[in-house]
Write a protein that binds this ligand. Sequence first.
Ligand SMILES: Cc1cc2nc3c(=O)[nH]c(=O)nc-3n(C[C@H](O)[C@H](O)[C@H](O)COP(=O)(O)OP(=O)(O)OC[C@H]3O[C@@H](n4cnc5c(N)ncnc54)[C@H](O)[C@@H]3O)c2cc1C
Length: 387
Amino acid sequence: MNFDFDDDQAALREFGLELAGRTEDAYWQEADLEYRFPQEFWDSLAEAGMLGIALPEEFGGGGKGLLELAIAVEGIAEGGGGMEGGSIFLAGPVFGGCLLDRHGTQAQKEAYLPGLASGQMCAGAFTEPESGSNITAIKTRAELRGDRYVINGQKVFISLVQQSQQIVVMARTQPYDPEHRTRGISLLLGDLPSDAVRTAPFKKLGNRFMDTNRVYFSDYEVPAENIVGEEGNAWGPLYDVLNPERIILGAAAVGTGNLCIRRAVEYAKERSPWGKPIGAYQSLQFPLAQARIHLESARLKVYQAAWLYDQGRDVGVAAAMAKYAAAHAALDAADWAIQVHGGAGYVVDSGIERHWRNLRLYRMSPVSDEMTLNYLAQQDLGLPRSY
Ligand SMILES: Cc1cc2nc3c(=O)[nH]c(=O)nc-3n(C[C@H](O)[C@H](O)[C@H](O)COP(=O)(O)OP(=O)(O)OC[C@H]3O[C@@H](n4cnc5c(N)ncnc54)[C@H](O)[C@@H]3O)c2cc1C
């Protein structure tokens, strides 16, 4: 077992750190306060070829794997980008890129992957208001009429719909069958914007740089050839989006947690209300050291999950563990970074509280703690389904 980065991986990490370091914290603060998408940063990622890292070279990508993407994302988050700079990668590389790379037809790859590698965005519309975590109970329907699927239904909490040129919609092409809950689910790749797709954005605790919306589909037409994978049999392809999503968010969280710890340590070395730096007190040293243990452990799990994905191996349990471990480690790190900063950590100008608000999301999204633990209880421990 070799835990060293190879040259390309080391270079990606360094470049991620450096690229993120070019952006002032004030930029992210403004995006947060104004609910503004960081278009300039996104453009710089596209220009540097970062969005296509894990996409095949023949479609304009870098020909690397999810592991390399995770390493780059972690570097960007740690270098100052935080969850904004890290989770933004879901918008194209994961929602559209991972899905089409594994399950797209040649025509779909040719039509969409070069755009995704160079800055087009793709939203992922899975969650619905009534069914929530119980995603097999979705009601959105896609009906084949001639050479088009016509989609009707409602989704909720869908991110980046207003920025995206494409959207992957999970819809039922056959009615729900309680005996075979995952059957009859299809994934359709539609183009945006469209008059048939209406959005209503939310105000939020964090993650404000991404629009998050109620989405209403009214006779939204998608060409029949844009179905991804087999009709009614998209449960497997869906998890080739949801697992990389967990892994990339885990990488972003680890980077953000380490960013928070670095800022806390810098502050703790300077701030001296009693005449010596607060970093000399064990009451602050211990939780910071513990946070580092949890972040480093989560980091290894993120890398292992990404590696398994790249090998084409079963990654469900590892991805669930990685995302859970990373989200908790990073949230705890951000919480202690606020504590170390005292009152200064609670105000916007410190650039600390924003990370806590952003990270809080990942105890409930894209899959909640409770659903993760349900899944691990069944899949890892072999215990019965409790719900
Ligand atoms: C900012 C933001 C961005 C998002 N972006 C997207 C996106 O781009 N695309 C997308 O499709 N979705 C997105 N989501 C949705 C997100 O994935 C869901 O919020 C999440 O899956 C939880 O679903 P829910 O909110 O309906 O919670 P619910 O399912 O209503 O759950 C509520 C609570 O009950 C618990 N619970 C539910 N069922 C069980 C059970 N069986 N056992 C134990 N506990 C249970 C949950 O863990 C949770 O604590 C986003 C959400 C947010 C807040």
